[in-house]
Ligand binder design. Sequence first.
Ligand code: PBG
Length: 412
Amino acid sequence: MASAVAHSITAPTCFAPKQSVAARSAVARRCRVSCIAEPPSVKASTPTPTIEESEAAVVAGNAPWAPPPAAKPRAPAGTPSVSTLHLPSRPRRNRKSLALRNAFQETVITPANFILPLFVHEGEKNSPIGAMPGCQRLGWRHGLIEEVYKARDVGVNSVVLFPKVPDALKSATADECYNEDGLVHRSIRLLKDKFPDLVIYTDVALDPYNSDGHDGICREDGVIMNDETVHQLCKQAVSQARAGADVVSPSDMMDGRIGAIRTALDAEGFTDVSIMAYTAKYASAFYGPFREALDSNPRFGDKKTYQMNPGNYREALIETRADEREGADILMVKPAMPYLDVIRLLRDSSPLPISAYQVSGEYSMIKAASAAGMLDERKAILESLLCIKRAGADVILTYFALQAARYLCGEE
Ligand code: PBG
């Protein structure tokens, strides 16, 4: 824990913290040697002149010895001889060394920017998720606690919980979502008991609990019923707050749910529980691996009547204004990498903190390409996260949170 915090202060670069630590000590070594500027011939026994004597020598024209300028490095034979381009600026000057590049880096990521999504199930053991190599459904009693322990150890102190609910508990109205002894509720209570200062985000949506696999209640003609769903979401959010959630995160995209949830939380005395709104959540193919992880694929149709059309940009502003007006504390864009323009739009349109969700498909793409030897995994992970932050996200929900934080702490 302490090492992660210290690291984020002393080594702000996200690209090569290990290298920069090594580079730091190399600079220190060189400095120790070159601070003694004497020609090799000078005897160690020469008495040290006073400052006045040194100044007098220089004034008299006897400048002491210093190393000559470095020889101009030779270009390879055959390099064309050209006249110097007269350029008003040469941007490469500010990139010429690691120290300068680090000094001028505009965006920096630290483990404090990450929110780690965690899948939980009722089992005592963890089980791997085929479509998300390296991710597991965690046993809520043991695996979950161990994973959070590991995350906190490298400075990741925020998690968001997603439950794999037994089919027998799913129903058309998803009432299990507000069962105060449900999987998420028990998990929150256990986590708060072990780690009182852990920031726990919850997902507010019906899909893990809905026998139809949709985020809302489904009428027989397939229409997702907005206001009835919002009623259930309010009960879900309040029950999660009662269990100890710090931030409830409606991911359902129903209209008016932020305001309704705010009112419901306040009425129950949860004025301190925040709302992270999935503001611009797109109907995306990149959620595929997540739905496998939770076995939450919609049984029919798709989610296009509530999630946004990937072709739409201005519409994100309509959602932004509604969520702000209704009292959201944090606005989210999801997915992240294919929607960097939308992240920037929200960043420039709202003073609220912006979060971005690097979703399961983005995770699996990088994992698969790295496993196939097509990408350098470490570099691709850190670059993807840095660029999502550069686009305007303050915090990033990412399955890479633990792995990336370890990189940033120089542990891997
Ligand atoms: C469902 C929900 C989804 C994700 C988070 N909450 C899937 C969906 O909308 O179908 C996706 C996260 C991911 O793909 O990593 N409310």
